[in-house]
Design a protein around this ligand. Structure first.
Ligand code: ADP
Length: 195
């Protein structure tokens, strides 16, 4: 018996490229879970949970949260089959090679269908981050996060390209235009939206 399910996808892209906004829309459109590790940490820090407070210290400085901590949180979330089976959109994870390896291990028999590199030039994402003014969007933290994107996260683009699951989508344009481009990219890799 084949069970209908939505896509399992990863959104790669610089900070401020629109992964959060678009991830939420895709989740609603496909009826899948939207998992943002940054948001999970912000929520647990607000709730006073130890892991969240530990993470916040790194986030405020623009550093990456250590792999162990991030992986533990994602692993726990994916222990629940409800999070995996319908499909999901991962936003902000993986951000390092180590995290990508661990994601494979965590997903086992449920590999990623598509990894989308949401492409936006650096000067534009800097303007967007300045404008959104989140607590961790200080000049120093913005600079540091983009530096870490280049050294730690950008290599994942090639990593997933080699696996033939990568699609690059232009992240410039209105939210609707970017959303349409994303839906087209997902449609080409995940025909019928079911399996
Ligand atoms: P942004 O896209 O602006 O970085 P996020 O909400 O995705 O916003 O992430 C905010 C912060 O949370 C990051 O700067 C980082 O400190 C931390 N974080 C989120 N996801 C990860 C991850 N996968 N690995 C390490 N740190 C992470």
């Amino acid at each position: 018996m084949s069970t209908r399910r939505g896509p399992r996808m990863v959104l790669l892209g610089k900070q401020g490229s629109g992964k959060g906004t678009q991830g939420e829309r895709l989740a609603v459109q496909f009826g899948i879970q939207h998992l943002s590790t940054g948001q999970m940490f912000r929520d647990s820090a607000t709730a006073g949970v130890t892991a969240g407070l530990e993470a916040k210290a790194f986030m405020d400085r623009g550093e990456l949260v250590p792999d162990d901590l991030v992986i533990a949180v994602v692993h726990e979330r994916f222990q629940n089959p409800i999070e995996v089976q319908p499909g999901f959109v991962l936003d902000g994870f993986p951000r390092t090679k180590q995290q990508a390896f661990e994601l494979d291990r965590i997903l086992e028999a449920h590999p990623i269908d598509i990894v989308i590199d949401l492409d936006v030039p650096t000067d534009i994402v800097v303007d967007r981050m300045r404008a959104r003014g989140r607590e961790d969007d200080t000049e120093e933290s913005i600079r540091r996060r983009l530096e870490l994107y280049d050294t730690e996260t950008k290599p994942l683009v090639d990593f997933y390209r080699e696996r033939s699951v990568l699609a690059t989508v232009d992240g410039l344009g209105t939210e609707d235009e970017v959303n349409a481009a994303l839906l087209k990219a997902v449609g080409s890799r995940f025909p019928n939206g079911s399996e």
